[in-house]
Design a protein around this ligand. Structure first.
Ligand code: SAH
Length: 353
């Protein structure tokens, strides 16, 4: 059994069942045994793979998007270029390489990375050392200046709570213990003002999810963008509204029971983009757009063809398969969505129409 399971079982024995948010926080970020605290989870040797690790086209397109928005807003200098949860730094490295030739962009940017994992901070410092990044534990400490933000698969890692509908009330799904194992249980139903709007589109026993930490992150970013200019681009899996139980555990590229290997499996949940857009007021949110469509509107197909010209054999096949994986509706193209945020009076963000 994982060391963390013993800690969780003891805590439940003392204090009773815990919310899924508390469970996820301990699993992912426990100072000694947390999933992100102890490892680099990405890549073939790890537990999951993300778009920037699949193909360089992803980071390049997002970089060019940023540079375009920066130019459309009058090339503010200096400005903060921030990334939430940068993983191995691959997305940012590709974005920075793709924008090297944009006049003034690199001299104006100051790189800020929001990262909880010491292991990944280390990887990011090595990969992006040329740009002397500043590290932050959360978005509250970002400087007060124009802000351009990227986030890929960050919000899906934030802890959620789950509520099951009972009449006009909601019973929270809690992690408890039975026979030395972690098990899911239900708290007593209670009315919940924050979920009033979900009484309209749910029926008895349906589950909805909330993600409390997402709001303050978006609010901190939105305040700077609203006051100083800039934009945010959020890419993740999920939909406009959360529906049902979407908590999932991935271990060595396979689905796992979320309660079985605490601290040793990645835990994520679908992102509720409506909640993100709502927390971003007074910013304007773009229509939620599938990743494949968004990338193709930015010219990813031409870029992929260009890269293909220099390849043959297995390398060409791998490149084509990777591009398909990013964009095809049956792969990541439709499941992953993109949301843009910008000030009300800013020029329209590219890729959304
Ligand atoms: N964006 C990267 C990595 C995605 S994995 C990519 O696309 O490859 C999720 C990332 O968010 C990791 O870097 C993880 O350490 C970070 N992270 C997760 N929870 C966090 C939190 N609460 N605060 C800051 N960073 C967090």
């Amino acid at each position: 059994m994982t060391a963390l399971r013993g800690i969780l079982l003891r805590r439940i024995a003392l204090d009773g069942p815990m919310s899924l948010a508390e469970y996820m926080t301990l699993c992912l970020l426990h100072p000694e045994h947390g999933y992100y605290t102890t490892r680099d989870p990405l890549g073939a040797q790890g537990d999951f793979i993300t778009a920037p690790e699949i193909s360089q086209v992803f980071g390049e397109m997002l970089g060019l998007w940023l540079a375009q928005v920066w130019m459309d807003q009058g090339r503010p200098a200096p400005f903060t270029l921030a990334e939430l949860g940068p993983g191995r730094g691959t997305l940012m490295a590709d974005a920075l390489r793709a924008t090297r030739a944009v006049p003034g962009f690199h001299t104006a940017l100051q790189l800020h990375l929001i990262e909880a994992s010491p292991v990944l901070r280390n990887a990011q410092a090595q990969r992006l050392g040329d740009h002397a990044p500043d590290f932050h534990g959360n978005a509250d400490t970002l400087p007060d200046q124009p802000l351009f933000v990227l986030a890929n698969e960050f919000f899906d890692a934030l802890p959620i709570r789950q509520f099951q509908r009972k009449g006009a009330a909601w019973a929270e799904r809690m992690v408890g213990a039975a026979d030395g194992r972690l098990v899911m249980g239900l708290a007593q139903p209670a009315p919940l003002a924050a979920l009033d709007h979900r009484l309209d589109d749910t029926s008895e026993d349906q589950i909805v999810e909330t993600c409390a930490p997402a709001g303050p992150v978006i609010a901190a970013i939105a305040a700077r963008i609203a006051a100083r200019g800039g934009a945010a681009l959020i890419v993740d899996y999920g939909d406009w509204r959360s529906r049902g139980d979407t908590l999932q555990a991935l271990r060595q590229h396979r689905f796992d029971d979320p309660l079985l290997n605490p601290g040793a499996a990645d835990l994520t949940a679908h992102v509720d983009f409506e909640a993100l857009a709502g927390a971003a007021a007074p910013l304007r949110a773009t229509p939620l757009t599938p990743q494949g469509l968004f990338l193709e509107r930015l010219g990813s197909a031409a870029r992929a063809e260009r890269l293909a010209e220099a390849l043959d054999g297995t390398r060409l096949e791998n490149h084509l398969a990777a591009y398909r994986r990013l964009t095809h509706p049956e792969e990541m193209g439709q499941l992953f969505k993109v949301l843009g945020l910008a000030p009300q009076n800013a020029p329209e963000l590219p890729g959304f129409a």
